[in-house]
Ligand binder design. Structure first.
Ligand SMILES: Cc1cc2nc3c(=O)[nH]c(=O)nc-3n(C[C@H](O)[C@H](O)[C@H](O)COP(=O)(O)OP(=O)(O)OC[C@H]3O[C@@H](n4cnc5c(N)ncnc54)[C@H](O)[C@@H]3O)c2cc1C
Length: 444
């Protein structure tokens, strides 16, 4: 009878942790495991279930600190040697795993805390800074870390009291005559020195003209990622990572972007996107003053004169409490007079969709949406606006939305608190008439 030789099976080994090497990166190994063989202990280090582990090496490959390896029992090691000698297996060649690209000292565990940049001109802070402190407070609480504000300028220490009142635990200040007026080089230098010294894991900045300039320069210098114009920010608690959501591909999708291997995680947010927290009078925190180390002769830009730009328009739809907004269904510029009449009666401001701007019915400062303004009024009345995603991202956080549209399937109704299916040329005159009859007054 023929005796068949039993085929030797190559052992796969089990994953194990190399003591002292784990950097608590945020449970990447656990997330990568296809068989749920990894639990995390209270120090956020992996505990590997040997029974469940199938030696697939996924956790070993994903670990940014090379803290995991595959372990073979002495019997398995013997078997491996025999197989190698028989030529049945290739000697183990350590796979070249691309090291995660990291910026200087980017051991992720070293970076802690949420920071918000307080943008100021002449010692007056931009409102977006306080809006961001509200969101920053939420993020810091979710991460269990401190929230700090940082501010650069001349004679700006008084802003720290405001920052504490809006939720900051600490305020870092660089107060120096060289920072009196904004110049990219000097502000970049100050910001980068602060960030490199204190290592916050998240830095938020306002997507204003100044903020866009500074945030891009800071992110480039720190070799980290920056997600501009975020409409939502949240924390993935399992991974301890910032989820940065913004419209992408022409606004057709909302993309959530993660900065996985670099720190800090930087995001900018337009004014009026995040709601401001209530100011807590008398709330205290720690003020940390830092010096400015760049001499004036190292700053190539000199400000010779400041010439205020003529106001493009005195309209400020971003700050308005009531907006009456019109779209393509209004048909022409003259029909916007009807919206103006309604707005005048209720103390509102006229705005519109991109289409209304493209048609020349409204000026650009009145356009709402992705390429217009983000608004957060108490009441938004959308008249003959379909509710394209690019429009919705600019207004969907309004406190109360009334939509008037003759198409009952229009997407605007999905965000509206009150929907009126009807013709604007019937509905709006009827509302105007009713308001006039009732002599109703808007009480704030
Ligand atoms: C990169 C990019 C950026 C963009 N940025 C913006 C932006 O910032 N803001 C913005 O608004 N859009 C923006 N858009 C354009 C956006 O995709 C839509 O095309 C635009 O919002 C449509 O405007 P609308 O709702 O006025 O017109 P339409 O989509 O044509 O809707 C008109 C609506 O009016 C209704 N209607 C018609 N007649 C009447 C009537 N008599 N009574 C009642 N209802 C009536 C119709 O049922 C329809 O729903 C952007 C697009 C791109 C690609």
């Amino acid at each position: 009878m023929e005796q068949r030789s039993k085929k030797k099976k190559k052992p796969k080994g089990k994953a194990c942790l190399i003591e002292g090497k784990c950097i608590a990166c945020g449970a990447r190994c656990q997330i990568s495991c296809p068989v749920d063989a990894i639990e995390m202990n209270e120090k956020e280090e992996p505990i590997i279930d040997e029974v469940k582990c199938i030696g697939c090496k996924k956790c070993v490959k994903v670990c940014p600190a090379d803290a995991l390896e595959i372990y073979f029992t002495p019997e398995e090691q013997k078997l491996l040697k025999e197989l190698e000698a028989e030529g049945a297996v290739e000697p183990e060649v350590k796979e070249e795993v691309a090291a995660p690209v990291q910026n200087a000292e980017s051991n992720i565990a070293l970076w802690k805390g949420v920071w918000v940049y307080v943008e100021q001109v002449d010692g007056k802070a931009h409102e977006v800074s306080w809006e961001l402190l509200g969101k920053g407070r939420e993020l810091a609480d979710d991460l269990g870390v401190e929230l700090a504000a940082f501010v650069l300028g001349e004679n700006i220490k008084h802003l720290s009291d405001e920052a504490f009142g809006y939720g900051a635990d600490k305020v870092y200040v660089i107060d120096n005559p060289a920072l009196k007026l904004y110049r990219t080089t000097s502000y970049l230098h100050g910001c980068v020195e602060l960030v490199n010294k204190y290592k916050p894991e998240i830095v938020l900045m306002g997507a204003t003209g100044l903020g866009r300039d500074l945030a891009g320069a800071v992110a480039t210098d720190l070799k980290t990622g920056l997600t501009a114009d975020c409409t939502q920010l949240s924390i993935d608690k399992k991974m301890r990572i910032l989820e940065q959501t913004r419209p992408a591909f022409g606004g057709n999708i909302m993309a959530t972007i993660l900065t996985e291997t670099r720190r800090p995680q930087m995001a900018s947010v337009r004014p009026h996107v995040m709601p401001k927290r209530d100011f807590q009078q008398g709330r205290k925190g720690e003020l940390i003053e830092e010096s400015f180390t760049l001499s004036e002769d190292k700053i190539p830009t000199k400000v010779l004169e400041i010439i205020s730009a003529a106001q493009e328009s005195s309209v400020n739809i971003a700050g308005a409490k009531i907006l009456v907004s019109g779209g393509r269904g209004l048909l022409n510029k003259e029909n916007f007079d009807m919206l103006q009449e309604l707005a005048d009666l209720i103390g509102g401001v006229v705005a519109g969709s991109r289409c209304a701007f493209d048609e020349g019915w409204i000026e650009h400062p009145r356009q709402v949406g992705q390429t217009g303004k983000t608004v957060h009024p108490k009441l938004y009345i959308a008249c003959a606006i379909s509710g394209a995603i690019q429009h919705l991202v600019g207004m969907q956080d309004s406190d109360y939305i009334i939509a008037i549209n003759k198409d009952k399937t229009a997407p605007i109704f999905e965000v509206a608190h009150l929907g009126i299916v009807g013709d604007v040329f019937d509905v709006i005159p009827a509302i105007i008439e009713k308001l006039k009859q009732s002599n109703a007054k808007i009480v704030e």
